[in-house]
Design a protein around this ligand. Structure first.
Ligand code: NAD
Length: 500
C-alpha cells in the first residue's frame, strides 16, 4: 500500500482535505512509494490560525520553558538520527552516512537554540541623563513561515525553526514536496519533547500553499531556501506584502587552485565537494579554476579519484554516491554533459550512460568531469546541481578572481594555496558570502551565520547564528526615568528632549 504523508497542524496529523496529492519517489528504484497531501488555501489558513493561537501563550512563555523543551528535543533528535537519515535516503536518495551528516549539522542549530538566552540578552545603559536609563530588548515577531528545498529535508528546516521558536515565535513549515517525511518525523519529536500544540506546524504542497503563506496577513516573516528564480520571486512577493524576508538561492561555487597548492589535497577536496550527495548541495564545488601550469596535473589527479567513486543505492553501506532526485532532473543534468563538447569543453569523464544493475529504473547518472570549459558554456553558466565538475584554466590569480567575481552567484568559494598572503587577499577580494581557505565546503558552524551574496541570497539577513536571532526578533528600546521625590517639578517644556 502506498504510504500517505499528511499535514501537521495544531499538534496532530491532519488528513489532506483538498483531494490533491503529489507523488514521492524512491530515487534508487524509480518507484512511487508515497503520496503527499497538497494543501489548499483553507488548509494553510488552518495552520496559520493554529500558530497564531499558540503564539498567545508561547510568545509570553519564559526563556527557561522554551529552552528546556529544546533540550529535550535535542536528546530525541540525537536518539533518532538513524531513523531520520533512513527517511531522507528513501526519498532523497543520498547515502546513509551523508544523511546522518545532514542531521548532525541540523542538530548544531538546535544546540544554538538551546543556548538562545545568551543571544537574547538585552542591553542596558544607566544614567544616560539625570535619573534616566535606556534598555534595548528584542521580542518575537509572531507567526513565521519557512519554505525549504528537497536537497536537505531535515537540515534546512532546522536552520530555521529552532531559532524561530526559541525566540518565542510560532512556525509554519512548507517542506519540499519531493521528500516530505523527515519534516513530519521532526514534528512528532517536537511534540514528544513537550512543545505546545500549534507552535510548530507543517503544511505540504506546491505553489498554492507557498503563495498563501506569502500573502497571509498573519504571517510576519518568511524564510526561504531553494533555487534562485523562486528565491527572487519569494523575496519580491513577500516584501510587497509587508513581510520580513530572507530568501537563499542557488549557487555556482568556485574552487581556486594556485600553483603552490598541495595538489593531492586539492584533488581530494575537489572530488569530495563536487560529487558528494551527487552534487545536489548548494555548497557543492562545481567549478575548479586552475591557475598557471598545474592544470593538467590537477585534472589527472581529480580524474583518478573521481572514477573510483562507488555509485549505488543510498541504503547500501558500500555506496558513496546515490541517484538524483527525479528522472526529469537526471535528464537535465545529462543534457549539460551531452552538449559540452559542442560548446568547446574537453569531456574527460562522461557519466551519462551509467546505471546500476538491478535498479535500472533509478535516477542514475555517473561522474562527469569537463576540462578547459569556456565561460560561455551552459555547463559553466548554469547551476547544474548534479555530479558534473567543470575545470577552467587561467594564467594568473587576478584573472581567476575576475572570473569568479563575474559570476552572478556568490554563495561559497574556496582557495587552495600554501601562500597566506594570497589567501588573505582572496578572502577580502572575492565576492561571495562564505569563503574556505583550504576548506572546500565552508558551511559555517551554527554560531556563525550562513548566507551568500548576489543571486545566492535576497534579503538583508543570513540564516542562523546572530543573523538568525535578529531575523526572528524585532528591537525595542525603553527609556525610563524615576524622578526623585526631592526634585523640583520639570515644568512644561515644548523643546525637543535633550539629555543632560
Ligand atoms: P526549488 O526552488 O524548486 O524549491 C524550493 C521550495 O520552493 C520548495 O518547497 C518548492 O515546493 C517551492 N516552490 C517551487 N516552485 C515554486 C513556485 N513556482 N512558486 C512557489 N514555490 C515554489 O528548489 P529545489 O529544487 O527544491 O532545491 C534545489 C535548489 O535549492 C538549488 O538551486 C540549490 O542551490 C538551492 N539551495 C540553496 C541553499 C542555500 O543555502 N543557498 C541551500 C540548499 C539548496
Amino acid at each position: 500500500m502506498t504510504k500517505i504523508v499528511n499535514h501537521w497542524i495544531g499538534g496532530k496529523t491532519v488528513e489532506g482535505a483538498s483531494g490533491t496529492y503529489g507523488p514521492v519517489t524512491n530515487p534508487a528504484t524509480g518507484e512511487v512509494t508515497t503520496k503527499v497531501a497538497f494543501a489548499s488555501v483553507d488548509e494553510v489558513d488552518a495552520a496559520v490560525a493554529a500558530a497564531k493561537e499558540a503564539y498567545l501563550t508561547w510568545g509570553q512563555s519564559s526563556l527557561a520553558q522554551r529552552t528546556s523543551i529544546l533540550f529535550t528535543f535535542r536528546a530525541l533528535l540525537d536518539a533518532n538520527r538513524d531513523a531520520i537519515a533512513e527517511l531522507i535516503t528513501a526519498e532523497h536518495g543520498k547515502v546513509h552516512s551523508d544523511a546522518l551528516g545532514e542531521v548532525a549539522r541540523g542538530l548544531e542549530i538546535v544546540d544554538l537554540a538551546c543556548g538562545i538566552s545568551v543571544q537574547l540578552k538585552g542591553e542596558l545603559s544607566t544614567q544616560v541623563a539625570s535619573r534616566v536609563d535606556v534598555s534595548s530588548i528584542r521580542q518575537p515577531l509572531g507567526v513565521v513561515a519557512g519554505i525549504t528545498p528537497f536537497n536537505f529535508p531535515a537540515m534546512v528546516p532546522m536552520w530555521m525553526f529552532p531559532i524561530a521558536i526559541a525566540c518565542g515565535n510560532t512556525f509554519v513549515l512548507k517542506p519540499s514536496e519531493k521528500d516530505p517525511s523527515a519534516s513530519l518525523k521532526i514534528a512528532e519529536l517536537l511534540a514528544e519533547a513537550g512543545l505546545p500544540d500549534g507552535v510548530f506546524n507543517v503544511v505540504h504542497g506546491d505553489k498554492v500553499a507557498v503563495d498563501r503563506l506569502l500573502e497571509h496577513p498573519d504571517v510576519k516573516a518568511v524564510s526561504f531556501v531553494g533555487s534562485t528564480p523562486i528565491a527572487r520571486y519569494i523575496h519580491t512577493t513577500a516584501s510587497a506584502n509587508g513581510k520580513r524576508v530572507q530568501a537563499l538561492g542557488g549557487a555556482k561555487n568556485h574552487m581556486l587552485v594556485l600553483p603552490d597548492a598541495d595538489l593531492d589535497a586539492a584533488a581530494d577536496a575537489a572530488v569530495s565537494a563536487a560529487y558528494g550527495s551527487a552534487g545536489e548541495r548548494c555548497m557543492a564545488i562545481s567549478a575548479v579554476v586552475a591557475v598557471g601550469a598545474i592544470g593538467d596535473e590537477l585534472v589527472e589527479k581529480i580524474r583518478e579519484r573521481a572514477e573510483k567513486i562507488k555509485i549505488g543505492p543510498g541504503d547500501d553501506p558500500t555506496s558513496e554516491m546515490g541517484p538524483l532526485i527525479t528522472k526529469v532532473h537526471r535528464d537535465k543534468v545529462a543534457s549539460y554533459v551531452e552538449g559540452a563538447a559542442a560548446e568547446g569543453c574537453e569531456v574527460v569523464l562522461d557519466g551519462t550512460g551509467f546505471t546500476v544493475d538491478g535498479f535500472e529504473d533509478g535516477h542514475w547518472i555517473g561522474i562527469s568531469l569537463l576540462d578547459r570549459v569556456p565561460t560561455s558554456a551552459k555547463a559553466y553558466q548554469d547551476e547544474i546541481f548534479g555530479p558534473v565538475l567543470t575545470v577552467l584554466r587561467t594564467e594568473t590569480y587576478e584573472e581567476a578572481l575576475d572570473l569568479i567575481n563575474a559570476s552572478p552567484f556568490g554563495n561559497g568559494t574556496a582557495i587552495f594555496t600554501r601562500d597566506g598572503g594570497a589567501a588573505r587577499r582572496f578572502q577580502l577580494e572575492v565576492e561571495a558570502g562564505m569563503v574556505g581557505v583550504n576548506v572546500p565546503i565552508p558551511v559555517p558552524v551554527g554560531y556563525h551565520s550562513f548566507g551568500g551574496w548576489k543571486d545566492s541570497l535576497f534579503g538583508d539577513h543570513h540564516i542562523y547564528g546572530n543573523d538568525g536571532t535578529h531575523f526572528y526578533t524585532r528591537g525595542k528600546v525603553v527609556t525610563t526615568r524615576w524622578p526623585d521625590p526631592a526634585d523640583a517639578p520639570a515644568g512644561v517644556d515644548l523643546g525637543f528632549p535633550r539629555n543632560h
